[in-house]
Write a protein that binds this ligand. Structure first.
Ligand SMILES: *[C@@H]1O[C@H](CO)[C@@H](O)[C@H](O)[C@H]1NC(C)=O
Ligand SMILES: *[C@@H]1O[C@H](CO)[C@@H](O)[C@H](O)[C@H]1NC(C)=O
Ligand SMILES: *[C@@H]1O[C@H](CO)[C@@H](O)[C@H](O)[C@H]1NC(C)=O
Ligand SMILES: *[C@@H]1O[C@H](CO)[C@@H](O)[C@H](O)[C@H]1NC(C)=O
Ligand SMILES: *[C@@H]1O[C@H](CO)[C@@H](O)[C@H](O)[C@H]1NC(C)=O
Ligand SMILES: *[C@@H]1O[C@H](CO)[C@@H](O)[C@H](O)[C@H]1NC(C)=O
Length: 489
């Protein structure tokens, strides 16, 4: 029986003697590709429910601010369970008045949600989510129509609360309109259970009389505004009553109104997951707690989801409403090489319809596209840099068959998953992949790694050419799941 030392020596000999079977001869990778859909995280419902119980997004027209203020930018009230109070710079920038184009998206009709109390009784105004701005309307009559007209001019207005506010010095003497009939606009519909502001504030220089409210009525638009799909995204499903419970969850943010563009900005700005990469999908939904709109959730994912996983209808007192899913669009066709379908088990080619592989002078299959599930990160397709048969150590280049349909001046994130883990031992130490944008090097990956995402930010000139150069067999490099994602302008 051989001694342990002898066994070890034998094993070392076997490894070094065993020639690596190259990809072109269907060798098996030393390290299996990461399967990011296995063990990818799903939403933490508990953290979302708990945080929804902590935020307070309710407000109404202030007693001391002038009418007709601009709608403030959307605010982030929580990120991953931590309360915050920050604005989203590039979301919905500047558009506080609805353009005539958007007006056409819904009927201008309104219905009364609740009536005011009789004029001689004290009433209360709404304190609710998604408060936008207020105006005062001519108070010679209880002027519902002017208030509804005002709602039509405010971007995102779904609901108005009309009421008299007495003993407000600014309304009575300072503001030019000389009216105490307030019309408060909201981006969500509220009902009488949310009448919680009974006045009682000291507005006059002397501490009495205090403010009080009468005839507080609520009016909602007949049809909710269909949100504009943000630049670089497509609507995947919704609105439904189910939030996604899907893999690839990156975390959540609460925002102070139902603002799809704000969610897109959060998804674009979310730091990349070290295994799964950048945010590729978000799910926006409204949380209604005990019948009251409470917050607006953006859940972010690095794997696009769809309606089939939108099965979380809520927990406890929290009900999911107005859930929509949006997927990020790549301007790169077939970034996963799934369009290469020359066989159904194992085959490869230097080029096909969507990608072109080019070898170095004198090289042989230095860049190629494979149909073989064990080489792919997802699906069956992948790109290979480095001689497929291992018969030279020259680099190759993979480039999309057509220039990208990019918009000049726009910024894009290029993400690629690079796997330098085919050959065993130190053989991959020299692996390299250079990312080229119009022939200029914009990124590089070196050395052994299982499929790992790499990102570079580029500015487009229009019809841009993306390319990946690398490989020095046996230091092979695989590419998969490449995307070119526009950022919001
Ligand atoms: C958030 O910050 C703004 C500006 O500093 C402030 O006016 C507002 O009251 C804050 N809101 C909350 C809920 O803390
Ligand atoms: C405020 O907005 C209303 C409705 O758009 C308008 O009728 C009114 O003139 C504005 N008032 C001021 C002071 O800008
Ligand atoms: C209208 O508003 C002005 C300013 O607040 C107030 O002086 C006046 O009494 C109000 N008129 C009515 C009918 O409420
Ligand atoms: C109004 O509030 C009640 C009480 O919470 C709630 O049951 C009901 O669903 C709300 N109505 C609407 C239309 O939201
Ligand atoms: C979250 O809720 C969904 C739907 O109710 C459920 O399927 C899932 O298991 C929950 N996830 C966790 C982590 O509790
Ligand atoms: C990843 O693993 C899951 C579960 O084991 C399997 O269903 C799925 O097909 C795998 N995906 C890929 C791309 O291999």
């Amino acid at each position: 029986m051989p001694s342990p030392t002898r066994l070890l020596a034998l094993a070392v000999l076997l490894v070094s003697a065993a020639a690596i079977v190259p990809p072109g001869q269907q060798g098996l990778p030393g390290a299996p590709p990461d399967n990011t859909t296995a063990n990818a995280p799903t939403p933490d419902n508990e953290s979302i429910v708990q945080t929804a119980g902590e935020v307070n997004q309710k407000s109404g027209a202030p007693v001391d601010a002038p009418p007709n203020a601009s709608v403030p930018p959307t605010t982030v009230t929580a990120v991953d369970g931590t309360l915050t109070n920050t604005t989203i710079a590039d979301a919905s920038a500047g558009t506080h008045r609805r353009s005539l184009g958007r007006l056409g998206k819904r009927q201008s009709g309104y219905q009364q949600i609740f009536a005011g109390l009789p004029p001689n009784e004290h009433d209360a105004s709404i304190e609710g989510t998604a408060y936008l701005t207020y105006t005062v309307v001519d108070n010679s009559t209880y002027n519902v129509q002017d208030c509804l007209n005002f709602c039509d001019t405010v971007d995102g207005c779904e609901f108005v609360n009309l009421y008299y506010e007495f003993n407000n010095e600014l309304l009575d003497f300072v503001f030019s309109q000389k009216s105490n009939l307030k019309c408060a606009a909201y981006g969500d519909i509220h009902n009488a259970t949310e009448k919680t502001n009974f006045g009682g504030q000291a507005s006059y220089p002397q501490t009495v009389p205090l403010t009080y409210i009468t005839q507080s009525s609520g009016w909602a638009a007949d049809s909710l505004i269909e949100p504009t799909t943000p630049d670089g995204y497509e609507l995947v499903f919704g609105p439904t009553g189910g939030a996604n419970n899907a893999p690839g969850y990156m975390g959540f943010a609460f925002i102070d109104k139902y603002d799809v563009t704000a969610c897109a900005a959060l998804c674009n700005g979310r730091g990349a997951d070290p295994i799964g990469g950048v945010c590729q999908y978000f799910n926006i939904w409204r949380a209604v707690v005990d019948g009251i709109p409470t917050t607006y959730t953006c859940s972010m994912y690095y794997i696009p989801a769809d309606a089939s996983t939108a099965v979380n209808f809520g927990q406890g007192d929290l009900v999911v409403t107005l859930s929509r899913g949006y997927s990020r669009l790549s301007v790169l066709p077939d970034g996963g090489f799934e369009g290469y379908t020359a066989c159904d088990d194992f085959c490869f080619s230097a080029s096909y319809t969507n990608w072109i592989g080019t070898s170095s002078a004198g090289g042989d299959f230095d860049a190629s596209i494979f149909f073989y599930t064990p080489y792919a990160r997802t699906g069956h397709g992948s790109g290979l840099l480095g001689a497929a048969f291992g018969d030279d150590a020259l680099s190759g280049t993979l480039t999309p068959a057509a220039p990208l349909t990019t918009e000049a001046g726009k910024t894009y994130v290029v993400q690629a998953f690079v796997g330098n883990a085919f050959a065993p031992g130190d053989a991959e130490a020299d692996a390299f992949v250079v990312i080229l944008w119009n022939g200029v090097k914009v990124g590089e990956v070196n050395g052994f790694q299982p499929y790992t995402p790499v990102q570079v930010t580029v500015t487009a000139t229009g019809n841009d050419v993306l390319a990946f150069t690398g490989g020095a067999a046996p230091a092979w490099s695989f590419l998969d799941d490449i995307s070119v994602l526009p950022l919001l302008q």
